[in-house]
Design a protein around this ligand. Structure first.
Ligand code: FES
Length: 92
């Protein structure tokens, strides 16, 4: 894939998932935040405080800026492994 920023992507299996209705691919075992970041998806939610865009910042479960909705549950994208068929929505 052109623009793919992943290192070592040749030795892992490709899986597909959906983000806001769009089908994307990821490498099996990487986090959802890493998969979205690698494909240029920086906005994962909109702040309720200032209506500004928010996205992964710490990538280790501390900042809570990467919260997304999976099956109606809010969860941290940086602590969620991608799997085939995962359906994710940004938080608005
Ligand atoms: S990027 Fe900070 S909690 Fe996920």
């Amino acid at each position: 894939m052109a623009g793919d920023l992943r290192i070592g992507s040749a030795w892992t299996r490709t899986v597909s998932f959906r983000f806001d209705g769009e089908t994307l691919t990821a490498r099996e075992g990487e986090t959802l935040a890493a998969a979205l970041y690698a494909q240029g998806r920086r906005t994962l939610r909109i702040s309720r405080d200032d209506s500004g865009p928010r996205g992964a910042f710490c990538f280790m479960g501390v900042c809570q800026e990467c919260v997304v909705s999976i099956d109606g549950r809010l969860t941290e994208a940086c602590r969620t492994p991608v799997h085939n068929g995962l359906v994710v929505e940004s938080v608005r």
